[in-house]
Design a binder for this molecule. Structure first.
Ligand code: DGJ
Length: 376
């Protein structure tokens, strides 16, 4: 009995040491506990009761995998190194083509947060209705009592119908537009900056595509999404139960075409990493900082350091999330997707440590790196 116990302890210590020394290899196959490449693209992460949970788009082989054929896949890990397959947290609906999350819709960038008050896990995602390309520009909601699911679909919508952004002037509200204007002409761009699409979509709700969620220290949650035909980010306050929008939102970087927002907080300041809009192809990342999540936001430029190619392509990736590492001060991991639209399932994950030059977040390439690199 005693020997079995000692062997067990020895194996456990050995296992911990092996994991501690395991390295993160950005862009390489990331195997789960079954040795299968993790299938959770455009992922979000949630730290809950000592475990990290990863939620992302489950892709299938080929181009068909760019639309949702299965749903949202969940994995868990104690150490951000060893990931256990927890199965499909939210399934697309089969056999009902009228359902908003019917198989074949586009369901991207799922993010899950936990509501302390209601004890509910709340998932928001980007939803495009089947057969409509990227026209619907909605955000969808699903909830569960259990972190790994199953999540039940609640609704999908364009947020904040009837509400003006809080950083919109009376003059902007009154402005009239010719909606047939070429959006990319000089006048078109000016119209977009001044809020042409906000006004157009006021009644039906604001467009919402690439998205993330952020929960602040006071438990208030925010939904941050590419809006206004992908020209402008909206940062939207969520209701206390996280199941709705309060109507309070701001426009950030009008007509600067930010996608793939990821938010984190350090030393009381808010940071954002985002990308430009070039479909599945990578482009130079952007970074920004704010004293208040509702702005004003100050652009800090491209956070990447390296060769011209690396800086131009964000190490061939597009941001999806920044993980605050639990138990370490000032430790953040940039998580990006290296999309493979020709064979969606083979998309790779580019995870790199975030370093700081003063107040500026910096991302450098490492072929392999260890979490201890984040120790200060
Ligand atoms: C870039 C977005 O960031 C992705 O989530 C996806 O929507 C692709 N565009 C589709 O082209």
């Amino acid at each position: 009995m005693k020997i079995t116990y000692l062997v067990f302890i020895a194996l456990w210590i050995f296992g911990c040491t092996v994991s501690k020394n395991k390295q993160i290899e950005p862009g390489k196959i990331l195997p789960d506990n079954n040795g299968i490449h993790i299938n959770a693209h455009g992922a979000g992460f949630l730290y809950h009761k000592g475990m990290y949970y990863m939620f992302g788009e489950h892709k299938i082989e080929g181009k068909k995998g760019n639309s949702a054929q299965v749903g949202v896949h969940c994995y868990s890990s104690e150490n951000l190194i060893d990931w256990k397959d927890e199965g499909i947290a939210l399934k697309v609906i089969e056999g009902n083509s009228d359902h908003p999350i019917t198989k074949g819709c586009v369901l991207e960038r799922p993010k899950v947060i936990y509501n302390q008050r209601t004890k509910q896990f709340v998932m928001w995602f980007h939803l495009e209705l089947k057969g409509q390309g990227y026209k619907a520009a909605q955000t969808g909601l699903a909830v569960s009592q259990s972190i790994t699911g199953p999540y039940s679909y609640v609704k999908s919508l364009r947020p904040n119908a009837g509400h003006w952004p809080i950083n919109f002037s009376e003059e902007q509200k009154k402005k009239e537009y010719d909606y047939s204007i070429n959006r990319w002409s000089e006048e078109g761009r000016e119209a977009v900056v001044s809020g042409m699409f906000v006004k157009r979509d006021l009644k039906g709700g604001q467009m919402s595509r690439d998205m993330t969620l952020f929960v602040d220290d006071d438990a208030k949650a925010y939904h941050i999404a590419a809006s206004e035909e992908n020209g402008t980010l909206h940062i939207r306050e969520l209701a206390d139960d996280y199941l709705d929008f309060t109507g309070k939102y701001v426009r950030v970087f009008p007509e600067e075409s930010n996608e793939a927002p990821a938010i984190f907080k350090r030393h009381g300041k808010y940071y954002m990493i985002s990308s430009g809009c070039t479909g599945w192809k990578p482009n130079p990342a952007r970074s920004a900082m704010a004293q208040n999540i509702m702005g004003p936001w100050e652009a800090l430029g491209n956070p990447c350091r390296g060769t011209e190619e690396q800086v131009k392509t964000t190490f061939h990736s597009q941001s999806t999330y920044v993980i605050p590492v639990h138990g370490k001060e000032d430790a953040f991991i940039y998580c990006g997707d290296r999309w493979r639209p020709e064979n969606a399932i083979d998309g790779r994950y580019v995870w790199l440590p975030i370093e700081f030059e003063g107040d500026k977040p910096i991302i450098k390439w490492y072929d392999k790196w260890n979490l201890s690199q984040l120790d200060n």
